[in-house]
Design a binder for this molecule. Sequence first.
Ligand code: MRU
Length: 359
Amino acid sequence: MKTEIPTIPTPDDAVLWHDERLYLADQRLLPERAEFLPLDQAPAVADAIRAMVVRGAPAIGVAAAYGVVLAARAAHAAAGAGWKAAIEPDLERLADSRPTAVNLFWAIRRMRTRIEELDRSDPTSALLSEARSIHDEDRAANRRIGELGAELIEGPTDIMTHCNAGALATGGYGTALGVVRSAFAAGKVRRVFADETRPWMQGSRLTAWELMQDGIPVTLQADGAAASLMATGTVGWVIVGSDRIAGNGDVANKIGTYGLAVLAKFHGIKFMVAAPTSTLDMQIASGAEIPIEERDPDELLGCGGRRLAPTDCVARNPVFDVTPAALVDAIVTERGVVRNPTPEKMRGLLAATGEMNGL
Ligand code: MRU
C-alpha cells in the first residue's frame, strides 16, 4: 500500500504522526524546501534527532516519544510478550541522540513510566496515546507561556531573539516565539531582531521563515550586531528558549545566549527565558552540571557547503552555553513566572503543584 506523504501546511505541524508513521519536517532543508521525512523505525528517529532533521528541546522530546512508539511496535513484532526487554536498545539509542536538551530524557522517562504500567500484550496504541498527550500538552504549555510572557512586556517595543525557539522547535506555537506571537497580537511588538545564530543558522533558516509566515516584522542580523542594536535603545526584551534549566535557574541555551545576557544587563535590557517545565532539571544544582554538546567542527569551518577556513585549521564547536541565573530577569513556564530566579523560587514553582520534575 502506498502511503501519501503529507505536505507541511504551517510550522506548527513540523512533527506529525500520520498513517502509523512519524513525519518530521526536515529542518535542514528549510526554508528552501518544506518537506517531510517519513520515519517508521526508532533508530531512524534517533539518527534524525542527531542530524538536526528535528531540533529544539521540546520538539526533540516529542519526536523521541513517537520514536518510543515505533520502538515498541517493532519490539512486539519481533519478541511478542517479551517486548519490554526487546525495546531497550532502541530506548538507549534514542537517549543517546543529543546530550543537552533535557526534554529528550524527560519524554523517554515519561514513556518508560507508561511502559511499566502495561502488560505483555501489544503496547502500540497505549504508547501512541501517551506520545500524543506529550505533544498536545506541549502545545498547550506554549500557549500559556505565550500569555504569561506577553503580560510582562510593556509595548510597543523591539524584541531580540537568538536561535529558533518557535513552533518548529516545539510541539507547536513556540516558547520564545510563542511569547512574541502573543505579544504581537496584543500590539506590544514593533519588530523582532533575529540573530542569524552561527554556525547552524537557526535564526536565518527558521526564525525568519516562521515569523514571516505569520506576518510579524522581523529583521535578521549577524550575531555580532547584537551589541550595537542594544545601544540604540529600541530593544525592550531579549527573549530566548532553553534546552535545560538547572535547579538554581541557570539556563542552557544555544551558544551565544550567555553573551546576549551579559550585553542585555549592560544596556539595561530585560532578559526573558521561555520554557515549559519539561525543560527544568531539578536534579542538578547549577548549570555547571549541564552537559554541553560539542558538534563536528566542520559545521563551523565552512558555510553553505563551502569551506572557508584554511585546511587543517583547528576549531571548537560547543553548541550551547550556560547563562547564570543572576542575568535572567524572568523564567516563564506554563505553571507561572519566576522573576530573578533562585533555588528557592525554582523549587516553589513546582512545589505549588506537588511536582518536582526529577526530584
Ligand atoms: O541545536 P538546536 O537547534 O536544537 O538548539 C535549539 C535551542 O537552543 C533552542 O533555543 C532551545 O532548544 C529552545 S527551543 C523551544
